[in-house]
Design a binder for this molecule. Structure first.
Ligand code: AMP
Ligand code: ZN
Ligand code: FE
Ligand code: FE
Length: 289
């Protein structure tokens, strides 16, 4: 697998990316990738379309990014994202929890939109939600797009900086899945779990090294080391931590199409680490027919 290029974290328009799943696999292939994971937020809806559109030579790792909550040492809730791969998408407990979470995402985005409208911003909460499918995982990038359409901001980044971050009182919390529960559900469904961008401090408070050690005890398989939101020092620290704890190290772009400025394949996973991840999963990747 020497020279193989692997990107294990991408989003399609099924969640908050901008490429359809079929376009995403073509973009991945055009970018020279050999392996791509589709990890939409809290849904597996895009798996089939991505698999049917797979160009020859590209391998698809079906996955999802699960919105979870961890407890800090002081007892408050910390948002953490778990990348889950190669699990059974029909596992009943997982299906039920992800459905609940997608409803919770809608409720939360509506409250955010209502707060903006109440403040006089030209945002119509009904319009924001009706533009999304009834079971789509609504997220802040969708509200960013509504702000762009309304002429309030020019870019998604500007929307996050001015309206969607913590500062303005528009950010509403969500009842995410307890992280231990998510890890257990994915293990039960035959999959493996990787802690996404653990030290991305620009997104808010992050988990401690002790908390990651506790997750490793609970069955976490890996940590995302190379991510656009991690600087060089952070990557060194995470790499050492992963090696200490026996966790697989991954690297990935967290590509969102034009909703972010990151290119697909900008960060990649080392082939031996990918092999180590595969070895722990019951499911297998999809190759073009
Ligand atoms: P939510 O899941 O609704 O809390 O929205 C978070 C999503 O927005 C994550 O997928 C992030 O990758 C994305 N996001 C966070 N900050 C930015 C930003 N500055 N520009 C674009 N997307 C962002
Ligand atoms: Zn996203
Ligand atoms: Fe994430
Ligand atoms: Fe992501």
């Amino acid at each position: 697998m020497v020279g193989v290029r692997i990107d294990l974290h991408t989003h399609s328009a099924v969640s908050d990316g901008t490429d359809s799943p079929a376009d995403l696999v073509r973009v991945a292939s055009d970018a020279g990738l050999d392996v791509i994971a589709l990890t939409d937020h809290d849904t597996t809806e895009g798996w089939e379309a991505a698999a049917s559109a797979l160009p020859p030579g590209l391998t698809l790792v079906p996955g999802a990014e699960l919105s979870c909550e961890a407890r800090s040492a002081e007892g408050y809730g910390l948002s953490v994202h778990i990348l889950a791969y190669l699990f059974d998408p029909a596992a009943p407990a997982l299906v039920a929890e992800q459905r609940r979470l997608r409803q919770e995402r809608r409720r939360r985005l509506r409250v955010m939109a209502e707060r903006m409208a109440a403040d006089g911003l030209p945002i119509d909460p009904d319009e924001v939600l009706s533009g999304l499918g009834p079971d789509a995982p609504a997220g802040r990038p969708h509200l960013a797009q509504a702000l762009i359409r309304a002429g309030v901001v020019r870019t998604v980044d500007e929307a996050f900086a001015r309206y969607l971050g913590g500062g303005r009182g528009y950010l509403v919390p969500r009842a995410d899945t307890p992280v231990d529960t998510a890890i257990a559900m994915i293990e039960e469904a035959g999959g493996v779990t990787v802690l996404a961008h653990p030290f991305a401090t620009s997104r808010g408070p992050t988990v401690s090294e002790d908390a990651i050690a506790a997750l490793a005890e609970r069955g976490l398989t890996g940590v995302e080391v190379d991510h656009p939101d991690h600087d060089a020092a952070t990557r060194r620290r995470l790499r050492a931590l992963a090696d200490d704890l026996g966790l697989v190290r991954t690297g990935a772009s967290d590509y969102h199409g034009t909703n972010k400025v990151i290119a697909i394949g900008q960060e990649t996973t080392e082939p031996d680490q990918f092999e180590a991840l595969l070895a722990k999963a019951a499911g297998t990747p999809v190759v073009a027919a």
